[in-house]
Design a protein around this ligand. Structure first.
Ligand code: NAI
Length: 341
C-alpha cells in the first residue's frame, strides 16, 4: 500500500510526465464532442492539465453528465457541461477549442469514408466558432483531418475571420505511434526515439522521417518497410481489434491532450515548443498543397515558425511522392465542400 504522500507524489509525477507546466498563464478550453470515445478521456486529461483554468464541455449528447463527473477531480480548473442547444454558451470566452466531434471508422473504412458525415459537423462547428470565438485557436481531431482542416479554414475565411496561425490539425497520434513503435524495435525508451512525422493524417499521406532520428536511421530493409507501414496504418490495428466499436480513443485522447498542452505552453510564452502539426503551410503551396504537417514552433500567437523538412533519404523521397497527390486531393475535396455549401 502507498502512503497518502507517496500516492500524491505519484500523481504529481504521472501528471508531470504528460504535462509540462512551466508557464504561468492559464486558459479556458472547450471540447466539442466531449461525450464521445475520445471526448470523455480527453476531457479528463485536460482537467489534469495545470494550464487549463476552465473547461467547457459540449456535445449533442451527454456533455453535462461528463462535465459533472470530471468536475469532481481535485484540480483547480472549473468545468461546465453544455447540451445540444447551448453551443454558443459553450464557446463564450474560450481561448482554445478542441474538436473530436463526428463519427469514427468501422473495420474496412478509410478516413475519407467519414467525409460525408463529418464534413458538415465540422463546418457547422467552425461557423459557430467564427461567430462566437473568432480569435480562438482551433485543434481539429475529427477525420478526415486532411479535409476537415481545410473545411474549417474555408468556413472561417467565408466569415472573414480566418487566421492561419490559429488552426491546427492534430497529427500527434502518428507522432506518438512512431516513437512507440521505433522504441520497440530499437530497444530504447520512447523519449529517446522521437520521430518527426510529416505530410497529412491518413495512410500514405503519413510520412515518418526515420532517417532524421539517431535510432530510426539504423533501421533498414524489411524491418524499415514494416515499421513505416505500421506508423501509416497503425490506426487500422485498433479499428480491427475494436471490431466495429470504433477507432482509437484512449491513445488519441492522450495525443490530443499532449498537443493541447504544447500549444498552451507556447501561448504562455514558453520558447522552443516544437511539434509536428497540420497547418496552413508554404512548404508545398507552389504545388497547390496549402496545408501540410511538419515541425511547427508554437508561440504566443499560435504558429510561430513552420520548419522545413530537412534532408530526406531516398525512401522518404518516395514516400513523399505517394503522399503529395493524395493529400492534394483530400485538401481540394474539403475546399470544394465549403464552396458548394
Ligand atoms: P464517437 O462517436 O465515440 O464520439 C463522437 C462524438 O461526437 C459523439 O459523442 C457525438 O455525439 C458527437 N457529435 C456528433 N455530432 C456533433 C456535433 N454536431 N456537435 C458536437 N458533438 C457532436 O467518436 P470518437 O471515437 O470519439 O471519434 C471522433 C472523431 O475523431 C472521428 O471522426 C474519428 O475518426 C476521429 N479520430 C481522429 C484521430 C486523429 O488522429 N486525428 C484518431 C482517432 C479518431
Amino acid at each position: 500500500m502507498f502512503s497518502h504522500s507517496a500516492a500524491r507524489a505519484l500523481t504529481a509525477q504521472s501528471r508531470a510526465r504528460l504535462f509540462s507546466s512551466t508557464a504561468s498563464r492559464q486558459t479556458k478550453v472547450a471540447v466539442l464532442g466531449a461525450g464521445g470515445g475520445i471526448g470523455q478521456p480527453l476531457s479528463l486529461l485536460l482537467k489534469s492539465d495545470p494550464l487549463v483554468t476552465s473547461l467547457s464541455l459540449y456535445d449533442i449528447r451527454g456533455a453535462p453528465g461528463v462535465a459533472a463527473d470530471v468536475s469532481h477531480v481535485d484540480t483547480a480548473s472549473e468545468v461546465n457541461g453544455y447540451a445540444a442547444d447551448k453551443l454558443d454558451e459553450a464557446l463564450d470566452g474560450v481561448k482554445v477549442v478542441v474538436i473530436p466531434a463526428g463519427v469514427p471508422r468501422k473495420p474496412g473504412m478509410t478516413r475519407d469514408d467519414l467525409f460525408n458525415t463529418n464534413a458538415s459537423i465540422v463546418r457547422d462547428l467552425a461557423t459557430a466558432i467564427g461567430r462566437v470565438a473568432p480569435t480562438a485557436h482551433i485543434l481539429v481531431i475529427s477525420n478526415p483531418v486532411n479535409s476537415t482542416v481545410p473545411i474549417v479554414a474555408a468556413t472561417l475565411e467565408k466569415a472573414g475571420v480566418f487566421d492561419p496561425k490559429r488552426l491546427f490539425g492534430v497529427t500527434t497520434l502518428d507522432v506518438v505511434r512512431a516513437a512507440r513503435f521505433t522504441a520497440g524495435i530499437a530497444g530504447a525508451h520512447p523519449n529517446e526515439t522521437p520521430i518527426t512525422v510529416v505530410g497529412g493524417h491518413s495512410g500514405a499521406t503519413i510520412v515518418p522521417l526515420l532517417s532524421q532520428s539517431a535510432y530510426g536511421k539504423g533501421i533498414k530493409g524489411e524491418v524499415y518497410e514494416k515499421l513505416v507501414y505500421r506508423i501509416q496504418f497503425g490506426g487500422d490495428e485498433v479499428v480491427k481489434a475494436k471490431d466495429g466499436a470504433g477507432s482509437a480513443t484512449l491513445s488519441m485522447a492522450y495525443a490530443g491532450a499532449k498537443f493541447t498542452n504544447s500549444l498552451l505552453r507556447g501561448l504562455s510564452g514558453e520558447k522552443g515548443v516544437v511539434t509536428p502539426t497540420f497547418v496552413y503551410s508554404p512548404l508545398y503551396a507552389s504545388q497547390g498543397i496549402d496545408f501540410f504537417s511538419s515541425n511547427v514552433e508554437l508561440g504566443v500567437n499560435g504558429v510561430e515558425k513552420i520548419h522545413p523538412l530537412g534532408p530526406l533519404s531516398a525512401e522518404e523521397e518516395k514516400l513523399m511522392e505517394a503522399c503529395l497527390p493524395e493529400l492534394k486531393k483530400n485538401i481540394e475535396k474539403g475546399k470544394a465542400f465549403v464552396a458548394s455549401s
